[in-house]
Design a protein around this ligand. Structure first.
Ligand code: SF4
Ligand code: SF4
Length: 196
């Protein structure tokens, strides 16, 4: 059972985002694709929704992404790998193994993201190319008008995430995800408001 006896503020607000501090403190995270070779991984368990802007970015990277995955191309060019969803967003197609079409298997038999690899090959931050929800994982951010930063509810079922017994500090791996996505000053403010 989680020990929340310390005086942990339930929520802090930073840059208009309500941060669910206890939930952020509840897991450790370390992405090592070697640990999810034999198990379902984050590229095969979720429907990935993107908005129009994200879709346009991804479309611009199709030629580079195709160097890593053959699941997006055909003899005439590229498949339409997006399905329009009811919420006005688009869902990225999955292959016959329920894996996102942008995922590929590396020589080490790890599941990697072709958009991530394409960004790295150009020296770009992967979050400039990948869908927002993928860049955030295992964090979760709800949309406007009341954005909440928390942890994906299924995160603890993946081998790269571990439930913590004591809610004291935000794990270094989670801190790093916050720093990458929201920046140094956001993380500093969060740590100062939550006792580091
Ligand atoms: S975040 Fe976890 S499930 Fe996803 S690739 Fe990394 S180790 Fe595997
Ligand atoms: S876009 Fe990339 S990170 Fe996101 S699910 Fe697909 S392969 Fe995985």
């Amino acid at each position: 059972m989680l020990n929340s006896s310390k005086n942990i503020s339930q929520w802090v607000v930073i840059n208009g985002i309500r941060v669910d501090v206890p939930t952020l403190m509840s897991i450790r995270h370390c992405c090592r694709p070697a640990v999810c070779k034999e198990t379902p991984n984050c590229c095969s368990c979720f429907q990935i929704h993107v908005n129009e802007k994200e879709l346009e970015t991804i479309v611009g990277f199709l030629p580079l992404a195709e160097k890593y995955t053959s699941a997006i191309g055909n003899e005439k060019g590229y498949d339409n790998v997006f399905e329009e969803a009811e919420d006005g967003c688009f869902i990225i197609d999955a292959d016959e193994n329920e894996r996102c079409v942008f995922a590929y298997t590396s020589e080490d038999e790890e599941t990697l993201c072709s958009l991530h690899s394409a960004a790295i090959s150009l020296g770009l931050p992967p979050m400039d190319v990948k869908p927002k929800c993928c860049s955030l994982w295992p964090l979760a951010l709800t949309g406007a008008p009341d954005p909440v930063l928390s942890i994906n509810a299924l995160s603890a079922t993946f081998p790269c995430n571990r439930k913590k017994a004591v809610l004291e500090r935000i794990d270094k791996g989670i801190q790093e995800m916050i720093r990458i996505y929201f920046g140094d000053s956001f993380l500093s403010e969060l740590l100062s408001k939550t006792g580091g």
